[in-house]
Ligand binder design. Sequence first.
Ligand code: PMP
Length: 419
Amino acid sequence: MKIDFTKASFKDFENIPGLDAFQTAGKFQQYLDFLRQNGHLNYRIESVSPVGPEMELLLPGNSTPSKAVCLVSNDYLGFSQHPKIKEAVIEGISRFGTGSGASPAIGGHFSYHELLEQKIAKFYKKTDAILYTTGYTANSATLQCLMHQEDLAIVDMAVHASVYEGCITTNTKQFLHNNLDHLEQILSKAQNAYRTKFVVVDGVYSQDGDIAYLDRIAALTHHYGAYLVVDDAHGIGVVGDTGRGVIELYDLFEQVDIITGTFSKALGNIGGYVIAGRELVNYLKFQSKQHLFSTTATPAIMGIVKAIELIDEEPAWREQLSRNIDYLKSGLVSLGFDVGTTCSAVIPVKIGDIPKTLEAGRLLLRSGIYTNPIMYPAVSKKNARIRMNVMSTHTREHLDKVLNAFAAIDHQLHLTGKS
Ligand code: PMP
């Protein structure tokens, strides 16, 4: 089967008719080589410096690293480099060692896991939480454990891939992104047709940076006898007066049935969590296979305990992030770019066309601005964009450099219609 590399996406190589796994990998290698030759291979660029507002990158074909302003990190508050958090990680490792040695069922559950579970639950005004190795697993494992053939997951079409993976063992219906009428249509038809019904949404959406209409979604969900699951991976630490995310923004601590999230973004570490009522959390602790039979997190999670405290103790990071978001967003808008409906630290510059987006990403990188070109299948085919993540540690100088680079690529690629 002939694949046109100029129009292809990674999805075209998932399952090629007539090719076995190794032949498929060979075909995919040709595609990767094609992208690399054109400077359009944006994945797995090697950084040789710590995460930060500026990073040193080993670009393909170069043996010496080059500096770039980094807009690809979810370390929104700069916490992966915070001295007090590093100290807590070091203390955790000094005291408990580098690994936990077992899965929680059979000897790998330690006081630091218990402490973190309590800390993250309390942060959301709840008493119970369960840890997973990643945010991805928190979503996929929880939904897989709780939903079966008799059940229905109703998901916003823009939810994260991990939610879709969690729905493999159940029925799934997608509603149009943030479209309440469509959600209600599905809920009203499903009301008596399924046993457990979950409505699953993200708090902040990872490609558009916009926010779920959670108050109305919660009301509709409960009106039709369904349960609400919210993944606020990008909201924690960033959104809400005290950084409790989208749930705080709408004051829905009592209305969300299951909260999921990650420690890998604003909290600067790794791992996922699920927060819910005691019985449901206990059920997961003893029934969710990915939790039960997978080794627990290392003592380095003591850093997450500190990071959660710092969200309250050092609000200046969140305030600076908010100023940086406003500055970059308004700068891009005044240059004529379309940043959509973002209300968070995720800022998309919508371009639409895939080849132009790839070229924009290449030119930006060449001028020392590291961004993520995002295209199908992560977003629909005509919705390609350059996605940026703002950090509180970006300076005005960094952001001005970004804006100047966007003005320059607009001259070359005519993206806004202004140049
Ligand atoms: N949910 C959302 C909305 C995300 O954007 C991500 C990460 N990209 C995840 C879940 C997965 O989190 P983790 O990286 O901790 O696996």
